[in-house]
Write a protein that binds this ligand. Structure first.
Ligand SMILES: [Zn+2]
Length: 324
């Protein structure tokens, strides 16, 4: 009888622990949002902080409207940085002969990215958010044509074409609402006239994250899935196992000399420029995650933990059970 009761209590305790772990990303997300408003940094420092600190104000390119840094990275292709942001945001503009595609809308509502884009091309512009966090969607209100990846979860957020972001999708208070003008299935191509890109579903940082692949230029725009400095793998819909699955898929399709342009800055081993990485950095990220899951990698921090990935990256995550 007593044994059965003990078993019952153990089951309750195990259930409570599992629930606590499942709730951890949400709790931490709330803490992070509150700390951002209070201006307090709650992240564990890197072992070699000087190496991983973002370098605000050091972006390359031409200053526009006192906020943006515009750097041409290839013909018809611009990186648009926001060095005042922390960590520095980067948006990318790809211009074809008929239309242009803007990847991400900017971290700010005050400064108008549409004006910068209009200074670079007279063609119609479609903006596609790499994912739905505030620092990638805040500028959507400045654009008329908005494309969104067509996934069950993004459709579930849409009332006809009006999308209302959830608190944890957006990651800050007062989410923006926007109207989708074009739903794009994962794997679909977008023809810009004379150049075409493919929209890839690349979950890991969030479940509805996309990357944009331009085979002709061997450039992959990875959003927050991969960028130099610190990867955020602790948010409520981040997942370490999904990270690995996406990396496997990307490594199988990318040429070894592809450049992976991320949405945050900067490479510590390169002069100030748009943040890019290589396929080998993907492989390093996979190795790091496998070692995190095997308990082989040393971390800093207690609840949220910072793990080294390589010379250019660290990764922040909760316990593997919380960010499965
Ligand atoms: Zn971001």
């Amino acid at each position: 009888m007593q044994r059965r009761r003990l078993k019952g209590w153990l089951a309750v305790a195990a259930g409570a622990a599992a629930l606590a772990f499942a709730a951890l990303p949400f709790g931490f997300s709330e803490l992070l949002m509150a700390s951002a408003v209070a201006g307090v940094d709650i992240m564990p420092a890197a072992a070699n902080p000087a190496q991983f600190l973002p370098r605000p104000g050091k972006a390359a390119g031409v200053v526009v409207d006192g906020h943006w840094r515009v750097e041409q990275i290839a013909p018809g292709t611009w990186a648009i940085g926001e060095p005042a942001n922390d960590p520095d945001n980067y948006e990318y503009l790809l211009v074809g002969t008929r239309r242009a595609l803007l990847i991400d809308s900017g971290a700010t509502r005050e400064h108008d990215l549409a004006r910068v884009v209009a200074g670079l091309t007279p063609l119609p512009v479609t903006v596609i958010p790499s994912h739905l966090h505030y620092d990638h969607t805040n500028g959507l209100g400045h654009f008329r044509n908005i494309a969104l990846v067509d996934l069950p979860e993004t459709r579930a957020r849409a009332d006809s074409n009006q999308v209302q972001l959830g608190r944890y999708q957006y990651q800050r208070w007062s989410p923006v609402a926007f109207t989708v003008s074009e739903w794009i299935r994962p794997g679909a191509r977008i023809d810009l006239g004379g150049r075409s890109v493919m929209v890839l579903s690349t979950p890991g940082h969030t479940t509805s994250s996309v990357s944009i692949w331009e085979p002709a230029g061997k450039r992959l725009y990875t959003g927050d899935f991969l960028y130099p400095t610190t990867l955020y793998a602790f948010v409520p819909d981040a997942s370490l196992s999904t990270y690995v699955e996406t990396i496997n898929r990307l490594l199988a399709m990318l040429p070894p000399d592809a450049r992976l342009y991320g949405a945050h800055c900067c490479r510590n081993d390169a002069p100030p420029q748009a943040p890019w990485l290589s396929a080998s950095d993907l492989a390093d990220t996979r190795t790091a995650i496998q070692r995190i899951e095997a308990g082989e990698l040393e971390s800093r921090g207690v609840i949220i933990r910072r793990f080294p990935v390589n010379q250019r990256m660290t990764m922040l995550t909760l316990y593997p059970l919380a960010n499965r």
